[in-house]
Write a new protein. Structure first.
Length: 552
């Protein structure tokens, strides 16, 4: 017997998800979420992915969002299945990714009575979602229809714009759980009218500041923003543009783009500015962030976010708007600037690019392996960096690549990296740079390659442990370091490649070559101590080159 009330409610909910922009759904299989899963599966316009691991499924959904820019729905059954969504939801919250979480739940009479596979799912993600609701059980009254309309209208506010982020719908079901799969007319799209308002702003009050010249622009992660006239403004105001590895600006061949800031600010701490415009999220470079903290000049933050990321220094001004709108407003000011700031930074940058290039040619370590591989990646493919050392090596060595770079830089975790990269690979050919511990942490996520055969290369930088800790003060505690921080695992990833149908190869450091296969696991074996020494050597070379430049 088909449940008419359940069918009407669930099909209406799924239809409205589609109407408000959801096009992809990730389903972690389970019984109590059956109505949601079946409704999405039979929807003629929704693309569904089935992922058997809830934790990996949630990160996979984040990859879909990063690649497609749309909200993505995520479904699981009741109980601890939902708990496994928490890491990815927290990442989505900080990264402003519109993840639509639907957790199937037991009916109210089976809550808090010891029934199997039942935990308290109401407000379980409350610290990490923008919106949440616990739906009532389906019935034949009209009130659920009105509730769904109101809920989706309210929740869709967080699918785009300054407040975008994850939302949570907890949906309880009473058996029977199978909806009427013939009622497809209930899924017919009914478009909703939404408005995206982009406005310029009057910046005339800041004109005297801008006219002083010697400004600096720092652009962080802007992966989902339209940067528009940023480079035109850089020329008009004579601004060097310090481009973070995730800014998607390093790919532009423009004289104002500065690609070596992390190395520069490790060596030059006395650089000053009359004003600083920060765009997007905080940058990867610790040294650049420390420099921003020390500056006493006016800092302007341009970030479309109602609760701005004030790290590393609280700005004097926050403009909650798109960079495109802000820089269009700057272009409207009658400002022409004479400044030597750009030329100064260009000299620094050209000098350091040459130092890095020479270093890559003569040194064999993890960082130079990353550099050599980056230069071989086609411009129409994308790069995904794992956290800890891969993203930092990317920030240092990505000075020539034309590909776009991505990373989970919300909570900066090493978990779920494989799954997120695979989510992106549903749309693009991906090259993932990942450490051995992070790879181990999410090896379950490789199942989506075996099931879907997405185009992806897994470049595993295997230094047998936690390489980033070698750069922290903990390394001086030799008696404790290796057990607590080095954590060698002794893993050979050729076995994981065989298990998940990946072509395996490894590197001998003399011939670092990107695999031709787009279904590959490429293992680069490195040594943590050698990597540390090589990084210190690069900084010494950079300092010497900059000192010589200053003498000219």
């Amino acid at each position: 017997m088909k449940n008419e009330a359940l069918t009407k409610q669930v099909f209406h909910l799924v239809r409205r998800l589609y109407d408000y922009g959801v096009r992809e759904v990730v389903i972690a299989p389970g019984s109590r979420s059956t109505p949601l899963a079946m409704a999405c599966e039979v929807h003629p316009e929704l693309k569904t992915y089935v992922h058997p691991d809830e934790r990996g499924a949630a990160f996979f959904a984040l990859g879909l969002i990063k690649a497609g820019g749309r909200p993505v729905a995520l479904i699981c059954t009741s109980g601890t299945a939902a708990s496994n969504f928490t890491p990815a939801i927290s990442e989505a919250f900080i990264s402003q990714l519109p993840l639509v979480v639907l957790t199937g739940d037991r009916p109210h009479e089976l809550r808090n009575v010891g029934a199997p596979q039942a935990i308290d799912q109401v407000r379980m993600f409350t610290n990490f979602v923008k919106y949440e609701t616990d739906f009532p059980l389906a019935d034949l009254y009209e009130s659920p229809h009105d509730l769904i309309e109101a809920t989706l209208l309210q929740a869709s506010h967080y699918f785009t714009g300054a407040d975008r982020g994850p939302v949570h719908f907890n949906v309880p079901f009473r058996e029977p759980l199978v909806p009427d799969l013939t009622a497809l007319e209930l899924l017919t799209p009914d478009p909703v009218v939404t408005f995206n308002i982009t406005e310029t702003v009057d910046l005339s009050a800041l004109q005297p500041l801008f006219e002083r010249g010697n400004g600096v622009m720092v652009v962080g992660d802007c992966q989902h923003e339209q940067l528009g006239p940023v480079l035109d403004v850089a020329e008009q105001y004579q601004l060097p543009v310090i481009a973070d590895v995730l800014s998607h600006l390093r790919q532009h061949d423009h004289p104002h783009i500065i690609r070596t800031a992390d190395t520069l600010f490790k060596c030059q701490t006395a650089i000053t500015a009359d004003f600083i415009i920060r765009v997007g999220k905080p940058v990867v470079s610790k040294q650049l962030n420390q420099w921003l903290t020390r500056q006493t000049c006016t800092q302007i933050l341009v970030q479309e976010k109602s609760e701005p990321d004030t790290f590393p220094s609280v700005p004097d001004y926050h403009f909650n708007m798109t960079p495109d709108a802000f820089f269009s407003s700057m272009q409207n000011l009658p400002v022409r600037v004479e400044s030597g700031q750009v030329e100064r930074f260009r000299q620094f940058d050209s000098c350091l690019v040459q130092v890095i290039d020479d270093h890559v040619k003569t040194v064999n370590d993890e960082g130079t392996a990353v550099a050599k591989l980056l230069e071989q990646i086609p411009e129409d493919e994308v790069i995904f960096f794992g956290n800890s050392m891969p993203i930092r090596d990317g920030d240092t060595f990505m000075v020539h690549s034309g590909a776009l770079a991505y990373c989970n830089r919300g909570a900066n975790g090493i978990d779920g990296v494989v799954s997120t990269a695979l989510g992106m690979a549903a749309h693009k050919t991906v090259n993932l740079f990942i450490g051995d511990i992070s790879m181990f942490h999410d090896m379950n996520g490789l199942i989506m390659h075996k099931l879907e055969r997405f185009n992806i290369r897994f470049i595993v930088l295997n230094n047998d442990g936690g390489g980033i800790f070698s750069y922290l003060p903990q390394r001086k505690e030799a008696a404790l370091f290796e057990r607590l921080y080095g954590t060698p695992l002794g893993l050979d990833f050729r076995h994981a490649a065989a298990l998940y149908d990946l072509d395996y190869s490894t590197s001998d450091h003399e011939n670092i070559t990107l695999p031709a296969s787009i279904h590959a696991l490429y293992e680069v074996i490195t040594d943590r101590e050698e990597n540390y020494r090589a990084h210190q050597d690069l900084i010494q070379k950079a300092q010497a080159a900059l000192d010589a430049l200053s003498l000219d």
